[in-house]
Design a protein around this ligand. Structure first.
Ligand code: MTE
Length: 410
């Protein structure tokens, strides 16, 4: 069954077919509905707007067996239920090592010290006087898809790929603040530390810090959410989520990395021969079909939109291929909108589903020439010891009933 791009004519024909099936006369069109015959709620019923009650299933979820304690756990973005590329603030996945810090912004301070000419302590107001920028970036946890290294396990792209969000950040360039403090000759590394109970900290090479890192105080137009690091977080575009320190309180410059917990016992990738890949910061190109997927089964035969997300920590997505037969044949999907660097891209393919079994896959390409690998190709080199950096191709089995299951093909 070819992916079908016959355009508007075919889409309209499909619509006509669906409409003809509707009950005639259709009560939904000939009877006055309750909502049209009495007044609705007034303004400010919800001073801070909330989604329609009919969308109550679109929520973050955790996985019981991954949650020993809520304060050191993860919730997942419902990717299967989202459109476009921007993740709504209330649906961004959360990953905390020591719970959500409850910080009074008036009491929050950012200290910059170590190998600098002039150590600084800044308030949020100080930061808000500096030149501002707005940038859209994806954040992916290094352990996204980590449970799938040994085989298909979690039945839903919320769980297999939902440690991912894509947000417009507002803040200041990290370089602006570091240059204000004056970088001393010989400084090569920056340590960023959070004010939470975990004091999560990571060492970042200075060239990256000065290139595109940001100190963000707002996301998608409003203050950061507490879960995302209110009142200040570090943004490290394209690099693994644990570098994006939330509740940021300290930046220290030095000539060597700190080799703290998050870069020794955690976030190093153990290879089959016992050696470790360390400082695996960049998130390689990856993609996933979000619909259909196990939590978003096909409602019926006929015109079907296949849709998904692609991203690369090395640049921009240039192409996404889709396979309906487990990777034997590939066709280019349609990338919609602008595909900006280090941000999510949305892809679509339209097809006429006649009810046969499908093995759906997507494969991302980025502007460095990199192509997303199969899981088998990854395992051949990396083995199965690590839970980090699984960017292998995902397969969804679509059954004739329209139900979808997480499977692997080899
Ligand atoms: N920063 C602090 N201070 N404490 C944390 O526990 N978790 C890190 C990172 N920054 C963490 C932190 C990890 S492991 C990830 S994947 C991202 O935040 C998750 O960001 P999010 O909660 O906005 O999704």
């Amino acid at each position: 069954m070819p992916l079908n791009r016959r355009g508007l004519g075919a889409a309209l024909a499909a619509l006509t077919a669906t409409a003809a099936k509707a009950q005639t006369p259709d009560p939904a069109i000939i009877k006055p509905q309750d909502w049209a015959t009495s007044l609705g709620d007034g303004v400010v019923t919800n001073p801070y707007g909330i989604p329609s009650k009919y969308e109550s299933a679109v929520i973050r979820r955790d996985v019981a067996w991954l949650t020993a304690a809520k304060q050191s756990s993860v919730s997942f973005t419902p990717l299967h239920a989202l459109e476009g590329t921007i993740t709504p603030n209330g649906l961004c996945f959360e990953r905390h090592h020591g719970g959500i810090a409850d910080i009074d912004p008036a009491q929050h301070r950012l200290m910059i010290h170590g190998m600098v000419e002039k150590p600084l302590v800044l308030t949020l107001q100080d930061l808000k006087r500096l030149p501002r920028i707005n940038r859209v970036y994806f954040l992916e946890c290094a352990a996204n898809s980590g449970m799938e290294w040994r085989g298909a396990q979690l039945n839903g792209c919320q769980y297999t790929h939902g440690m991912l969000h894509n947000v417009e950040y507002t803040g200041v360039k990290l370089s602006t603040v570091l240059e204000a403090a004056g970088i001393r000759p010989g400084a090569k590394w920056l340590m960023a530390e959070g004010a939470d109970a975990a004091s999560l900290n990571r060492s970042i090479p200075l060239p990256k810090a000065l290139d595109d890192c940001m100190l963000a105080f707002a996301m998608n137009g409003e203050a950061l959410r507490p879960e995302q690091g209110y009142p200040l977080r570090l943004v490290v575009p394209g690099w693994q989520g644990n570098m994006w320190v939330k509740w940021l309180r300290r930046l220290k410059l030095d000539d060597a990395p700190w080799m703290s917990r998050e870069e020794t016992s955690k976030y190093t990738d153990l290879l089959p021969d016992g050696r470790s890949r360390r400082f695996t910061w960049v998130m390689d190109a990856k993609s996933v079909i979000t619909s259909p997927s196990p939590q978003a089964p096909l409602a019926g035969r006929g015109r079907t939109i296949i849709s998904g997300l692609a991203w690369s920590g090395r640049g921009a997505i240039t192409r996404v291929d889709i396979s309906l037969d487990g990777g034997r044949n590939w066709q280019a999907a349609r990338l919609d909108g602008t595909t900006s660097k280090l941000a999510l891209a949305r892809f679509y393919a339209e097809t006429d589903w006649t009810g046969q079994e499908l093995l759906l896959q997507s494969r991302a390409h980025d502007d460095t020439g990199y192509t997303q690998p199969t899981k088998d190709a990854l395992r051949k080199i990396r083995g199965v010891n690590s839970i980090y950096h699984n960017n292998g191709i995902q397969t969804w089995l679509v059954r004739p009933t329209g139900e979808v299951e997480n499977v692997e093909v080899s």
